[in-house]
Design a protein around this ligand. Structure first.
Ligand code: GLA
Length: 736
């Protein structure tokens, strides 16, 4: 069993072929951490790794053990305000005004498999042999509150998951003011912290900075995980590169407000702490109630950042995403948003669909603007029935006509939102989140529905079911176009207002679950003004996420490259849009737009009626290419080769699982004069196989391509096509 308990030393060793995680019941019966990192041999006794207090001034737990200072001890569930001066794992407000807690080991359970987290998204298993779990139950003897530390180690993945569940077995209500899903104390802080930061249309830029003394954090207080900070960070050693060295990846399976912190103390230890953001969270836990914290995921890599990413990719693709689309190549779609915005009618849509079908597109997605009165973004959210001016025969008739053309039909919705100009608002003005007697701030002219209220969720569910029961919908783009403000629910008591942000996201999860259970044939793509809710929580319900509203191919290099740090290509919504690009007015060649979009779910976001014959020809070829290669692109192993954040060029590649095929994407945004020859070392090939490179007269062994490199300069082959800006090339490799 990969989780071993040594009773003589009270030590737990969780290990697989990649990592070891060693924890221990401390002499005072709290849980301490002895080690996390590369796999090491098991031993009965690891007590030599237990470090007590350094010399110097310290606060100790009692008079007898005066070197037992929690401030210096690496712990799994540190209680604050009891001598540990760092960030704690839990803050419980008690009826006597105290926040002091003491959680001591009570018992533990080791079992094959992994239990789902009630009401929350989480990674899963398909057979009990895939993973082993350890649940350690701690108890506060005074409060009669138990905290169950929940660990799961996947046997064949470099992945450990961790969460916490609280149960109130006492007689008094306590208020959870903070609860960490993960606390990990590392013995040194000699790491660089990598984060994915950004904003609308420039999501998930890679930022790297050395850890320094004090707390460094990323967070969201927007009600959604946000484009600003993705709920992920990595700690990597200074010398770690894409393909070598140690890295620890931390990801949060949650879509609401979060806080991820690293606290570096004056002894150079680093405390990792991951939780629902406590600033907007306060949860009364009444007697006999339980509270489940979301899941944190730890990935350990000793082979660089790429291996960390691949471990996340495989885990998310295989054991987070669910449903029939999990293992299926994704349909090639056309979305009418940038083609028409809200200015369309049934005829226009059918003409677009007909053209798209001729190009080889498989799914037609009707974006925003289809429901009653929705001609601008100032109106109609909440009224989920067809606009009879634009669509005189209704939605199901439109879907049928699209189906008759040979295309599947997809639909955009934004179920969590409401416009004041809507029937829904007239009937239920109290269903928006706002503080009575105060102004509610608008965002994109809209307000947020109170999804903490089950009646609201049920009403929206019934409206959507009314459509889905009668319309042949195969795909849904679920949008969420504003951050939340004035979060106050009139359906809750004053003392329950600290629950609303979290209850809201639980309401979103519930609605998703209801719809995916009822309509398993529908492929969901989540969206929040582009990539404002690109997180693992969403992927549990929606296998795809719209990566960014920025569809410019050159900007997408950075956005998709950054996103690939954590998320697999099969989840990344990526479309070819028109030139000049609508966000930047930049003109990029059609082939470069496709060469970027292939590394994702792939589709088009333009008006096919206005394409030139030559463009149609090229798009037909692109779609043929994608149909042939999408299973390799979406389910192969992805390697980043050249970072657009650090180079003038960018490159990445996907290798098939049998290593017989690979596709390399190479991008050179700006032409240089009198340039050098370029060789691009590849990754992941079989060194002993001879690869043909489509369009090239030579073949090369995998070892040559990985160590000498692939020649990316056309000039060296006496071709003169390597000119101009925004140039890109695909290299298709076969070893068959
Ligand atoms: C958001 C999405 C876009 C589009 C519009 C429609 O901005 O990210 O793709 O669906 O909403 O209003």
């Amino acid at each position: 069993m990969p989780i071993i308990f040594h009773p003589s030393t009270n030590t737990f060793h969780l290990y697989n072929n990649t990592l070891s995680y060693i924890i221990k019941i401390l002499p005072n019966r709290q849980i301490g951490n002895l080690y996390f990192g590369h796999k090491i041999h098991d031993q009965e006794n690891f007590d030599h790794l237990f470090e007590l207090a350094n010399r110097g001034v310290r606060v100790c737990v009692d008079e007898i053990h005066n070197n037992f200072s929690l401030e210096h001890i690496k712990q799994e569930f540190p209680s604050p305000y009891k001598g540990d001066m760092r960030l704690g794992s839990i803050d419980l407000a008690q009826s006597n005004g105290s926040h002091i807690v003491e959680f001591y080991y009570d018992h533990h359970e080791i079992f094959f498999g992994k239990r789902p987290l009630e009401g929350l998204p989480s990674t899963y298993i398909e057979s009990d042999q895939e993973a082993t779990s350890l649940w350690i139950t701690l108890k506060d003897p005074l409060l009669h509150i138990t905290a169950i530390l929940q660990y799961t180690l996947y046997e064949k993945r470099a992945v450990l998951t961790r969460s916490v569940k609280l149960c109130n077995e006492g007689k008094d209500t306590v208020v959870i003011e903070a609860l960490s899903s993960l606390n990990l104390d590392l013995p040194d802080a000699d790491y660089d912290m990598m984060t994915l930061t950004g904003a609308w249309a420039r999501e998930r830029s890679i930022k790297i900075h050395p850890l320094h003394e004090g707390i460094q954090s990323i967070y969201s207080l927007r009600g959604h995980s946000s484009a600003n900070f993705n709920p992920f960070f990595a700690l990597k050693r200074k010398e770690t590169t894409e393909n070598q060295g140690e890295a620890i990846g931390v990801s949060f399976v949650y879509s609401g407000n979060f806080l991820a912190q690293v606290d570096v103390d004056s002894f150079n230890t680093a405390r990792i702490n991951l939780q629902i953001h406590p600033a907007t969270f306060s949860w009364p836990l009444h007697p006999n109630q339980t509270f489940q914290a979301p899941e944190a995921i730890l990935v350990y890599s000793n082979q660089g950042i790429n291996f960390m990413s691949q471990t996340f990719h495989d885990l998310f693709r295989q054991r987070l995403v669910r449903g029939p689309y999990r293992d299926k190549s994704r349909p090639i779609l056309i979305n009418n948003w940038e083609g028409t915005y809200m200015d369309f009618d049934e005829n226009i849509l059918l003409e677009m669909a007909k053209e798209a079908k001729n190009l080889g597109v498989e799914l037609f997605v009707l974006d925003d603007g289809w429901f009653e009165g929705r001609n601008t973004d100032t109106t109609s959210l909440g009224d989920w029935w067809a606009d009879r001016v634009k669509l005189p025969h209704g939605l199901s008739a439109l879907a049928k006509k699209i189906n008759d053309l040979g295309l599947e039909f997809g639909l955009w919705i934004e179920p969590e939102m409401i416009s004041k100009r809507s029937h829904l608002y007239q009937n239920h003005p109290d269903w928006i989140l706002c503080v009575p007697d105060r102004n509610a701030s608008v965002g994109r002219n809209q307000y947020v529905l109170d999804f903490s209220n089950p009646d609201v969720v049920d009403y929206i569910a019934r409206q959507l079911e009314n459509i889905l029961d009668h319309t042949a919908v195969r795909y849904i783009k679920w949008d969420m176009n504003r951050s939340m403000s004035e979060v106050y629910s009139s359906s809750h008591l004053p003392q329950e207002q600290g629950m609303i942000y979290h209850k809201y996201i639980l309401g979103v999860y519930r609605l998703y679950e209801r719809l995916i259970q009822k309509y398993p044939h529908i492929l969901f793509e989540s969206c929040a003004s582009g990539g404002g809710r690109f997180d693992p929580g969403m992927l549990y319900y929606a296998p795809q996420t719209w990566t960014s509203d920025n569809t410019d191919a050159i900007e997408r290099l950075k956005i998709q490259y950054g996103t690939s740090l954590v998320y697999p290509l099969s989840c990344m919504g990526s479309h070819v849009s028109a030139a000049p690009n609508h966000q930047l007015l930049r003109n990029t060649p059609l082939n470069t737009r496709a060469n970027v979009a292939y590394f994702g779910t792939f589709g088009y976001e333009l008006d096919p009626r206005v394409l030139l014959p030559s463009e149609k020809e090229e798009i037909r070829r692109q779609i043929d290419f994608m149909k042939k290669n999408r299973s390799l692109l979406q389910f192969g192993t992805f390697y980043r080769l050249l970072s657009p954040f650090e180079n003038k060029e960018a490159a990445w590649m996907v290798v098939s699982n049998d290593r017989l095929e690979a596709i390399v994407g190479y991008y050179r945004p700006l032409q240089e004069v009198n340039e050098r020859f370029r060789r691009l070392p590849l990754q992941g090939l079989d060194p002993n196989l001879l690869y043909a490179i489509e369009g090239k007269s030579y073949k090369a062994y995998g070892d040559e391509l990985m160590h000498v490199g692939l020649i990316t300069t056309d000039l060296s082959c006496q071709e003169q096509t390597d000119e101009g800006d925004y140039v890109s090339k695909l290299f298709i490799l076969h070893a068959k």
